[in-house]
Design a protein around this ligand. Structure first.
Ligand code: 1GP
Length: 254
């Protein structure tokens, strides 16, 4: 089963997933080793790999080290076409539908498409929505786009709906790395209600409570980066929470 089918099947069964974001610029050897060790013992479904701005290209080394130590799939979360790394498992082909910058809606994709086609990467067409969560993020600065207003769930819902009608297969609501506050649960719920596809939520999920609120509001997959960079054992905490939710779901079904 490929990653997209897996996400869809989980979504249909109400099973939640957890991804750890690895930003190459923020990974040192010690942190990377602890993340890999803890991920094997905890419930981590995927690694997302990428960043809005990379100061050096070390993606092949990072993928190789993950593959050496774990069997957790690596999904590229590219800030641009330069981050297409063929040794990963899949790529979020992000169309930045919250913005109106043609380069991030379709331009980067045109450059990347022939390279992606030559690889074995599974392509995950994703409607990427940046949300204003209190401070300007690298993602909105670099992409030169205005994020969705924090308190306008209906705009987010219509945006996601349009993205799904255009054929995008996943929706990603992102407050941006290190966001002051996560995307509001009401917005997550509105997007969840508007579309059928799996919904990814990330940005500012730096406590177990915030992660749980996103999951309960309707996120199918949550992404945590900064919280794990600050304290690798946070991934165990979130992983346990996701496992417990999934177990309760299964025992409820029985
Ligand atoms: C950012 O969703 C990711 O694109 C993760 O955000 O670093 O705030 O966890 P954090």
């Amino acid at each position: 089963m490929n990653i997209y089918e897996e996400l869809n099947q989980k979504k249909r069964n109400g099973i939640k997933s957890f991804a750890v974001l690895l930003d190459p610029d923020k990974l040192d050897d010690v942190l990377f080793d602890s993340i890999l060790k803890l991920s094997k013992e905890s419930h981590v479904d995927y690694f997302f790999l990428g960043g809005s701005l990379l100061s050096k290209y070390n993606l092949p080394e990072i993928v190789a080290r993950i593959k050496q130590k774990t069997s957790i799939p690596v999904i590229l979360f590219p800030g641009g076409y330069l981050q297409v790394e063929p040794t990963a498992d899949a790529i979020l082909l992000l169309s930045l539908i919250s913005g109106r910058n043609a380069d991030f809606l379709i331009g980067q994709h045109v450059v990347a498409a022939p390279i992606i086609k030559q690889s074995k990467l599974e392509v995950l067409p994703t409607g990427y929505m940046l949300v204003d969560c209190g401070k300007q993020t690298t993602a909105s600065y670099i992409s030169n786009t205005t994020p969705l207003p924090y308190d306008k769930p209906s705009i987010a819902a219509s945006t996601a709906l349009a993205g799904e009608m255009l054929g995008l297969k996943l929706m990603y609501l992102d407050g941006g790395s290190g966001a002051h506050q996560p995307v509001h649960p009401e917005m997550i719920a509105a997007v969840r209600k508007a579309v059928d596809c799996p919904v990814i939520v990330g940005g500012g999920l730096n406590t177990a409570e915030k992660a749980l609120a996103a999951l309960n509001a309707g996120a199918d997959l949550i992404v945590v980066g900064t919280g794990v960079e600050k304290n690798a054992s946070f991934l165990t905490e979130v992983g346990q929470q996701v496992s417990t939710l999934n177990l309760n779901k299964n025992s409820y079904k029985l």
